[in-house]
Design a protein around this ligand. Structure first.
Ligand code: GTP
Ligand code: MG
Length: 199
């Protein structure tokens, strides 16, 4: 039987009748999650930013230069893909005290995009751990910052102990054309015919 447009777009891998996909953008403090959701969203994103102050220094990271605010709940945006799939994008908070909020955000998500700054590779493990705990497939996106070491992909994979079937891309969260690479890799993986429906 000839494949339909929805088959070619991979829609038959979604729950019957569904054309929407919830994805979560995760990563450590200040790695560019809010910037990413704002860049790729086709609607004005919902943001929950609060000012970083010295009063929070016992519970929050305060140390990203040029950063005066931090996400205290989530970001929300939407992006429609070719084929009619609508991505609902949730940006996670990055402060370690919000792990339970992230677990809640992950409920019902079909995929996670983990932003990584190569200056602080180890800081992404908490996000990966939460995704693995929830059984949600993820894609790693190296976000480029001035002064970030430009490691080769195989070096990054080894350093992150990344399973061979997990996609890894490079992008700049501030620029749409570059940022889209993350969504494309994530959605291609989620909708892959090789992926078991049980995952
Ligand atoms: N050079 C560079 N700067 C970026 C990039 N993405 C974000 N930034 C900057 O990095 C800072 C952090 O951005 P946010 O998007 O607030 O980071 P976040 O991950 O949402 O931060 P939290 O929610 O506090 O964890 C901002 O000043 C951005 O302008 C990028 O791809 N490259
Ligand atoms: Mg944020």
């Amino acid at each position: 039987m000839a494949s339909t447009a929805s088959d070619r777009a991979g829609l038959h891998y979604l729950p019957p009748g569904s054309r929407s996909v919830k994805v979560v953008v995760l990563g450590a403090f200040g790695v560019g999650k809010t910037t990413y959701v704002e860049t790729v969203s086709e609607i004005a994103p919902l943001q929950t930013e609060e000012h970083l102050t010295e009063a929070g220094q016992n519970v929050d990271h305060l140390t990203v230069s040029s950063k005066a605010t931090t996400t205290v709940s989530m970001d929300f945006g939407r992006r429609t893909l070719a084929g009619g799939i609508v991505l609902y994008l949730f940006g996670a908070p990055g402060q370690p005290r919000f792990a339970d909020t992230i677990r809640w955000l992950l409920e019902g998500a079909l995929g996670g995009l983990v932003l990584v700054d190569t200056r602080h590779l180890e800081q992404c493990w908490e996000s990966i751990g939460l995704l693995e705990e929830a059984g949600i497939p993820y894609t790693i996106a190296i976000n480029s910052f001035a002064g970030s070491p430009a490691y080769a992909k195989d070096v990054l994979r080894e350093a992150l102990a990344l399973p061979a079937d997990r996609p890894l891309v490079r992008l700049d969260a501030r620029h749409l054309e570059s940022a889209k690479a993350g969504l494309i890799a994530l959605v291609t993986d989620i909708l892959s015919p090789m992926r078991s429906p049980a995952r």
